[in-house]
Design a protein around this ligand. Structure first.
Ligand SMILES: O=C[C@H](O)COP(=O)(O)O
Length: 328
């Protein structure tokens, strides 16, 4: 069985993206061939499959990349504590033992919460090495005053979040105001300090894949450590075609600067089959480095339950009822 390596805790990497000066030239020539993107995305699941022990190994790796998320209006400290317990022990001990994984210290990549839950999560995760990510900047719409959005980042960092998921102003993209988008993301990155910044583009609001590609490049140019598809609150969240466009933008940025930017699809990824498609895409388009939690995260609130069920099926030959995997 392939191994799951313990992730490097992000937030203090010496290889962080320093960004680059704003340049309109970098986005003006971007074009996206919609049918080619859709064709490529649609073949991913069918062309390659991973089975049996390889599938179990890929799913264990996927767990280490999950940003285990709760972002609900009815979140409570109790729910966040239960989520953190699940992040520490994402798979039942008997399943892990059968997989020979008991001693490997498998955890999720992070726990992702609203600002008011950061302290609770930090306390509940103490000593585990699991980072707390805070959604910020007026999540999910990102339309609160700029100074409040900056202060919100600073408050989450002060409360112990080492990863900040910011949301961009989608209006800047829709009106082609690339300089305003650059300035905003750069200001967010400065406010993050040492905390790693994931830039949520809200791709479901951006109308065209060309806009998605341009917004991806601007966010990276302004210093994003990760680019992330969605808040989970748009009517369309992560999709494979959108991901392909963002991943290719990451490749372009790496060609241009040598910097490796992380990728986080988020929203609506709830089955083991979904996540395997994303992993195959990452491996084929960007290579093995992007299967590790320092460059790949999956934002999900309910994916872990299905992965655990599939692992149990692999170990026992039987599927258990959903209620046996109640959290995440
Ligand atoms: O960033 C994470 C998303 O908000 C989670 O979305 P989900 O509830 O559809 O898994």
């Amino acid at each position: 069985m392939a191994t799951v390596s313990k992730f490097k805790t992000p937030g203090h990497g010496e290889d962080r993206n320093p960004g680059m000066p704003f340049s309109l030239d970098a986005v003006e020539d971007i074009h996206v061939n919609l049918s080619a993107v859709e064709r490529r995305a649609s073949t991913l699941g069918g062309r390659r499959t991973v089975k049996k022990e390889y599938q179990a190994a890929w799913l264990l790796k996927a767990i280490s990349c999950i940003d285990l998320t709760t972002l609900s209006g009815d979140d409570t400290a109790g729910r966040v504590k239960r989520l953190c317990a699940k992040a520490r022990q994402p798979v039942r001990p008997d399943i892990l033992e059968a997989l020979g994984m008991s001693e490997r210290g498998l955890t999720t990549g992070a726990v992702c919460v609203y600002h008011t839950m950061v302290e609770t999560a930090v306390e509940a995760l103490a000593g585990s090495g699991i980072p707390v990510a805070a959604v910020s900047t007026g999540f999910p719409a990102g339309l609160t005053p700029l100074d409040l959005r900056l202060r919100e980042i600073e408050a989450s960092v002060a409360a112990g979040a080492t990863e900040i998921d910011i949301v961009i102003t989608r209006g800047h993209v829709l009106t082609g105001n690339w300089k305003a988008l650059y300035d905003e993301v750069k200001a967010f990155r400065e406010a993050c300090g040492d905390a790693h910044m994931k830039a949520i583009l809200g791709t479901g609001d951006l109308v065209t894949l060309r806009n998605v590609a341009k917004a991806s490049i601007i966010a990276m140019m302004a210093g994003a450590d990760f680019i992330k598809t969605s808040t989970g609150k748009e009517s369309v969240n992560a999709t494979l075609p959108v991901s392909l466009v963002m991943i290719r933008a990451i490749r372009d940025y790496q060609d241009r600067t040598g910097c490796k930017i992380g990728y986080k699809p988020a929203g609506g990824i709830s089955t083991a089959k979904d996540v395997l498609n994303y992993q195959i895409m990452m491996k084929e388009e960007l290579g093995l480095d992007w299967l590790q939690p320092d460059l790949f995260r999956i934002g999900a609130s309910s994916l872990l339950g299905d992965i655990e069920r599939q692992l149990e099926h692999y170990v026992t030959g039987r599927y258990s009822a959903d209620f046996r995997h109640p959290m995440a």
